[in-house]
Design a protein around this ligand. Structure first.
Ligand code: AMP
Length: 174
């Protein structure tokens, strides 16, 4: 099975959640067992030799493949969540969205300076969410950070916001 097959399994929903947005629906990708299996194999192929110790998933669609990767990589899983959801002490980063601002949080003790971190989300659009996650984890002084998406919307050029020395991967490109 090919990446092209995975791409065809992503449902495009026009004008969701607001007019003008072409929403990439990953539920149709995840519901097929062979897709899940291939996604997992492709991702592990990229990261198995990198010494990843923690996979950090971004709420909420980063919580699907994130733990699967963590399990396969013998790494731990750490969530980044929206404000008010994590119960213990957190650190926070704010970022600008199309309308207004948003914030994300991580537990202050979730990562250590020994960690090699893979940050994962389902989709790269403008890059604002992932850049905030990257900044958050950078503050925790971990050893190294990798960034992964299942899907990249190339024309939005979100990739350009990340520093040159950070490896950014996306499996499916639109
Ligand atoms: P951004 O911060 O603009 O890169 O947006 C990334 C986040 O918003 C991801 O967590 C995506 O799940 C979601 N998102 C943004 N645009 C889309 C889209 N066209 N289709 C599906 N999800 C999207």
């Amino acid at each position: 099975m090919s990446i092209e097959h995975l791409k065809k399994s992503v449902r495009n929903v026009p004008d969701f959640p607001i007019p003008g947005i072409q929403f990439k629906d990953v539920t149709t990708l995840f519901k097929e067992p062979e897709n899940l299996n291939q996604l997992s194999k492709e991702l592990i192929g990229i990261y198995k030799e990198k010494g990843i110790t923690k996979v950090v998933g971004i709420e909420s669609r980063g919580f699907i493949m994130g733990p699967i990767m963590a399990l396969e990589l013998n790494a731990g899983f750490v969530p980044i969540r929206k404000p008010g959801k994590l119960p213990a002490e957190t650190i926070e980063e704010s970022y600008e969205k199309e309308y207004g601002f948003d914030s994300i949080q991580i537990h202050k003790d979730a990562l250590s300076e020994e960690d090699v971190v893979l940050i994962h989300d389902d989709l790269l659009a403008t890059g604002g969410t992932m850049l905030a996650a990257y900044r958050l984890i950078k503050r925790m002084k971990v050893k190294k950070i990798y960034i992964n998406f299942l899907i990249e919307l190339e024309e939005l050029k979100g990739r350009e916001y990340f520093p040159q020395d950070v490896e950014v991967n996306a499996l499916i490109k639109f």
